[in-house]
Design a protein around this ligand. Structure first.
Ligand SMILES: Cc1cc2nc3c(=O)[nH]c(=O)nc-3n(C[C@H](O)[C@H](O)[C@H](O)COP(=O)(O)O)c2cc1C
Length: 190
């Protein structure tokens, strides 16, 4: 099953955004949240969230900031859900299942919350397809490496720095100044 990288926006009190890898199956979406993120604590308590289908630049950017160009979708019973204005399409879900497990993997032990959502609504926002650019794909790879910076052992750190530098060089050839600045942020703060 293909895993798609999206931005999940949530938070009825304060808007929050995070890049998350999800699986779609018919009307449902399934994903796993590692303990410790804002998204984990919000979706452990609130029942609604938005999947934003958006250009990879905004997916990578969502890792380093919760600030954003938010707009809101109104559901019945006065629920106002945040989404990103830059999205080409948004999918709105109600959580129908939660399951907490303990996972042991390469990076250690962690609590994982599996969420199953049922789509209740969808809406075109910009209604433009996200065209593939190498710089977008590489920014996602840089963001993933960056998101693991505290888990990567010191003997492997140099390998990742080399990878980040290689990706930055390609982004310099294939991206614009926004892509290049974000790539530099990931490298310089790694
Ligand atoms: C491309 C990408 C995919 C990610 N997928 C997941 C995921 O599936 N589950 C998860 O818990 N964290 C995932 N992360 C890490 C979270 O996005 C990260 O913990 C983020 O800081 C959470 O933001 P928040 O604290 O605002 O919720 C992913 C990161 C990237 C860059």
């Amino acid at each position: 099953m293909v895993k798609y990288e999206v931005v999940i926006t949530s938070g009825l009190k304060k808007p929050n955004r995070a890049p998350i890898g999800v699986n779609f199956k018919e009307n449902k979406v399934v994903f796993q949240l590692y303990y410790g993120s804002h998204t984990y604590s919000i979706l452990n308590n609130e029942d609604y969230f938005v999947v934003n289908i958006v250009d990879p630049y905004y997916i990578a950017k969502s890792l380093i900031t919760d600030e954003g160009n938010y707009n809101y979708v109104n559901l019945e019973n006065n629920i106002k859900l945040p989404f990103l204005e830059e999205s080409s399409k948004i999918l709105i879900y109600k959580i129908i299942k939660r399951n907490i497990t303990l996972r042991k993997d390469y990076y250690g032990k962690s609590k994982v919350l599996t969420i199953v959502g049922d789509m209740i609504h969808k809406k075109d926002i910009k209604n433009e397809p996200c065209m593939y650019s190498r710089s977008g794909g590489l920014l996602i790879e840089m963001a993933i490496i960056y998101s693991r910076k505290n888990l990567i052992s010191s003997d492997l750190k140099d390998n990742y720095v080399k990878l980040l530098k290689d990706y930055l060089n390609i982004i310099k050839k294939t991206g614009d100044k926004h892509h290049i600045n974000l790539a530099k942020y990931f490298l310089e703060n790694f």
